[in-house]
Design a protein around this ligand. Structure first.
Ligand code: FES
Length: 169
C-alpha cells in the first residue's frame, strides 16, 4: 500500500500529540484514564501502539492499560465509522427488543456489533444505559439519539445515511 507524505505527516503529528499528552500527565497520580481519554480524542480510538506508549511512559503494565481500555465502554480499540452507531442494551431497551435492532443493523450493514464497515462509514457498538429508558429501544448515531426504534425506522434511517455516505454528504 502506498503511503502519502500527507499521511506520514498526520501520523507524526498524532504521535507527537500523544507524547505531549503523556508528558503532561505522567507524574500525576491516577492519570491513566484521563490520559487514555485525551489520546482517544486525538486519534478517535486507542490503537495498540498508543496503549504501548502509555504503558512504557507511565510504567504501567500493558495488560493493565489494555484491561482498562477493554472494560470502559467509552474507550474503543478500533476506529469508529463516520457514522458511529450505538445500540443501548440496558435492561429496559433489551426488554423492548434491542437485540432485534442489533440483528437488523448487522444485516443491513454486513458487519458484526463491535466492527466498522470496510469503507469506514459505519460502526456498530453495544452501549450501556444512556438514561432514556422510558423511550427504548434507544439508538445513537454520532450525537443524534433515536428513540422507540423499530425495524422499519432503523431501515429508513440507515438507508438514508448510506445514500448520504455514498453521495459524500
Ligand atoms: S436501558 Fe436503554 S436507555 Fe436505559
Amino acid at each position: 500500500m502506498l503511503v502519502s507524505v500527507q499521511q506520514i505527516e498526520i501520523g507524526q503529528e498524532q504521535s507527537q500529540r500523544v507524547e505531549e499528552i503523556i508528558e503532561a500527565y505522567k507524574h500525576k497520580p491516577g492519570a491513566l484514564i484521563p490520559v487514555l481519554h485525551e489520546i482517544q480524542n486525538v486519534l478517535g480510538h486507542l490503537p495498540m501502539w498508543a496503549q504501548q506508549r502509555v504503558s512504557d511512559a507511565m510504567k504501567i503494565p500493558l495488560s493493565e492499560v489494555n484491561s482498562i481500555v477493554s472494560f470502559y465502554a467509552l474507550f474503543s480499540e478500533k476506529p469508529k465509522g463516520k457514522y458511529s452507531i450505538g445500540v443501548c442494551k440496558g435492561t429496559a431497551c433489551y426488554v423492548r427488543g434491542a437485540d432485534k435492532i442489533i440483528e437488523q443493523l448487522q444485516e443491513l450493514l454486513g458487519i458484526e456489533a463491535g466492527d466498522t464497515t470496510p469503507d469506514g462509514n459505519f460502526s456498530i457498538e453495544v452501549v450501556r444505559c444512556i438514561g432514556a429508558c422510558g423511550l427504548g429501544p434507544v439508538v445513537t448515531i454520532n450525537d443524534t439519539v433515536y428513540t422507540r426504534m423499530k425495524a422499519d425506522k432503523v431501515k429508513a434511517v440507515i438507508t438514508s445515511l448510506i445514500k448520504q455516505a455514498e453521495g459524500g454528504g
